[in-house]
Design a protein around this ligand. Structure first.
Ligand SMILES: Nc1nc2c(ncn2[C@@H]2O[C@H](COP(=O)(O)OP(=O)(O)OP(=O)(O)O)[C@@H](O)[C@H]2O)c(=O)[nH]1
Ligand SMILES: [Mg+2]
Length: 255
């Protein structure tokens, strides 16, 4: 039996917008023996992001409509039919791709369907997570806990999810509401979710969101609006009924 037959098919989706200086490092550090396909979604980059990705033999998807969620959706649309677990990873080398096994383990052991890489629980390089981002995460996770009773500590972008679970979440957001939408819906639908501590370092390349006033305000408003929307409207019966399994949350013990 090959190694591939012994475990589920794992796909990595990397949304990338003008990350030519970072994307090569990200691709080089992915533990390939654990991964079956790597999809880089080039979100209308004007630099050599696509070229670098192709040179590292990633599967390249071009999505001209801008937005983080839009890029993630395009990556999901391009998944191989065999894909069973999807890992989302930023292209700016803030996350450490070598920590991917920590996200996969709880799913492989069937302890979780969704694993969020928590930068709050893990080691952060000084200055990697701007104070406004930390505040926004704290507020958003506080609201999720108060409204839905599920205690996340972060809305980190580095995360793994079973593909069938992802289908059931029926993701809609086209930009920076994507991460919170996934967690809110997971809480409402009783998806078995865990957090794993992940490290976070200063990005390579110029900050586009958390380092700019416009980006921070835009993302902050979007995240709060997303929480408000699902609080008021709830979710349709996408896969499971909310009452079918109570929201449960465990945290991976910190190493
Ligand atoms: N900003 C931005 N990033 C995008 C877009 N589409 C894909 N991305 C990628 O989405 C990931 C997250 O975006 P980042 O700009 O790193 O957002 P952030 O981590 O909140 O903030 P900074 O790292 O400070 O810019 C990166 O890999 C981007 O290259 C887009 O339309 N805008
Ligand atoms: Mg970043």
């Amino acid at each position: 039996m090959s190694v591939r037959d012994a475990r589920p098919y794992v796909s990595v989706v990397i949304p990338a917008y003008n990350e030519e200086a970072a994307i090569g490092h990200v691709l080089d550090d992915i533990p390939r023996e654990m991964v079956d396909e790597v999809i880089v979604v080039d979100n209308g980059s004007t630099d050599r992001t696509a070229e670098v990705a192709l040179r590292r033999s990633a599967k390249l998807v071009s999505e001209e409509r801008r937005g983080y969620g839009q890029a993630c959706l395009a990556g999901v649309d391009a998944l191989d039919d065999s894909s069973e677990i999807v890992v989302f990873l930023d292209a700016d080398y803030s996350d450490d791709p070598r920590e991917l096994p920590w996200l996969l383990a709880p799913i492989l052991d069937d302890r979780a369907e969704l694993v969020i890489g928590s930068r709050t629980l893990g080691h952060r390089q000084r200055g990697a997570l701007a104070p406004q981002a930390r505040f926004g995460n704290r507020l958003a996770t506080f609201l999720i806990r108060r409204i839905w009773g599920v205690a996340f500590t972060d809305l980190g972008p580095f995360r793994a999810v079973r593909r069938d679970t992802l289908r059931g979440l029926d993701m809609r957001d086209r930009n920076f509401g994507w991460t919170v939408e996934m967690q809110v819906k997971a809480a409402i639908l009783g998806v078995r979710a865990l957090e794993a501590p992940v490290s976070y370092r200063r990005r390579i390349g110029k900050s586009k969101i958390t380092g700019t006033v416009r980006g921070t305000l835009g993302a902050g408003v979007k995240i709060l609006a997303t929480i408000g929307y699902y609080w008021v409207v709830g979710v349709g019966v996408a896969g499971r009924h909310p009452a079918a399994s109570p929201a449960r949350h465990e945290r991976e013990p910190t190493a």
